[in-house]
Design a protein around this ligand. Structure first.
Ligand code: COA
Length: 318
């Protein structure tokens, strides 16, 4: 009997504080019109000083576990995508494990920048499908507001904070149909977050060559959606929903166009969340499942692109 991994619960968390484009325009030379037109963003959530990636992950995870009807004794794998860990070690997944009261299984972080959730989902899928894990918690949690330079108008307008989580369980029916992950380190200097304490850089904040990233992202995402559908012998017309990483509405629009999918079949959260990096896909998925847009049995394509470059996709029958 073929074994699959199936999403049985989702959760999300956004910090209370909201920073609008107009707020940002008070400190750097920009405007709401410029930001909205170029990115699709109007506002983003900013974590409070006492909030951490593990604290936000805990709230999202508890929601996902409640939706799945499982407790801490049921989770035997935690994989968490983040570029803003509470500590370098132990992993934020370990801190989350402790917060949730999970006492069994393994917990570890995945560092794949904005593709962290897709990478984590891909790994968890392998463990659940092979029977090595029964029930995995897959999380993306990011405190981007602490690692952007609020004096750099080219980057500070883009990012926001938040966390999203899913519970993945073994099932006889799909489930996750396939995942595809890729990296190409030759692009490392186009988008990176320095680790100035021990690393090779003097800078402290996210560094990005936005227009270069934009071009590669559009081409790469176009390719990966084709590859994902081909791997499953599926036609574009069979995709019910696109749940993309939320980096820029123009990148999202280009991928939707490639899929010939109208924008009302694309889950878009960027306007009020900005780019929450590895949290953006589980946050969007959670929103569209909870408001009833995504229904059981529908085909959902998720895709992400970010620093590395690292990119990936997951095709699921929800
Ligand atoms: N407000 C006003 N002007 C701004 C600005 C801002 N916030 N940021 C940049 N500009 C200016 C630039 O200084 C430049 O001015 P110049 O022509 O006088 O030199 C001009 O706008 C164009 O800059 P450019 O960087 O080419 O703009 P763009 O159209 O590429 O838009 C981004 C910039 C960042 C919105 C866009 O490149 C982008 O979204 N890239 C992808 C980034 C991304 O997705 N990163 C995460 C991947 S996970």
């Amino acid at each position: 009997m073929t074994r699959y991994a199936r999403i049985t619960g989702t959760g999300g968390y956004l910090p209370a504080e909201v920073k609008t484009n107009d707020d940002i325009a008070q400190t750097v030379d920009t405007s709401d019109e410029w930001i909205f037109e170029r990115t699709g963003i109007r506002s983003r959530h900013i974590a409070a000083p006492d909030e951490t990636a593990s604290a936000m992950a805990e709230i999202a995870s508890r929601q996902a576990m409640e939706a799945a009807g499982v407790g801490p004794e049921d989770i035997d794998l935690i994989i968490l995508g983040t570029s803003t860990p509470d500590r370098i070690f132990p992993s934020t997944a370990c801190l989350l494990q402790q917060r949730l009261g999970v006492r069994q299984g393994a917990a570890f972080d995945v560092q794949a920048a904005c593709s962290g959730f897709i990478f984590a989902l891909s790994i968890a899928d392998q463990y659940v499908r092979t029977g090595t894990a029964k029930r995995a918690l897959v999380v993306g949690s990011e405190l981007n507001s602490r690692v952007v330079d609020w004096n750099d108008r080219a980057t500070c307008i883009l990012f926001g904070d938040g966390a999203g989580a899913v519970v993945l369980e073994a099932a006889e029916q799909p489930g996750i149909l396939s995942t595809h992950i890729h990296s190409d380190g030759q692009f490392q200097d186009l988008l990176y977050l320095p680790n100035s304490d021990v690393g090779i850089d003097d800078e402290r904040y996210i560094q990005m060559q936005g227009n270069e990233v934009f071009k590669v992202a559009v081409n790469t995402l176009g390719r990966i959606v084709d590859d994902t559908l081909a791997a499953n012998g599926m036609d574009k017309s069979e995709v019910d929903w696109l749940v993309p990483h939320q980096a820029n509405i123009r990148i999202i629009g280009a991928t939707a166009k490639k899929l010939k999918l109208p924008m009302d079949r694309v889950v878009v959260t960027i306007e009020n969340q900005g780019n929450t990096s590895s949290a953006s896909i589980p946050l969007a998925l959670n929103e569209a499942i909870r408001d009833g847009r995504i229904q059981r049995g529908q085909v959902v394509l998720m895709e992400a692109f970010g620093g590395g470059f690292a990119w990936g996709s997951a095709l699921i029958r929800y």
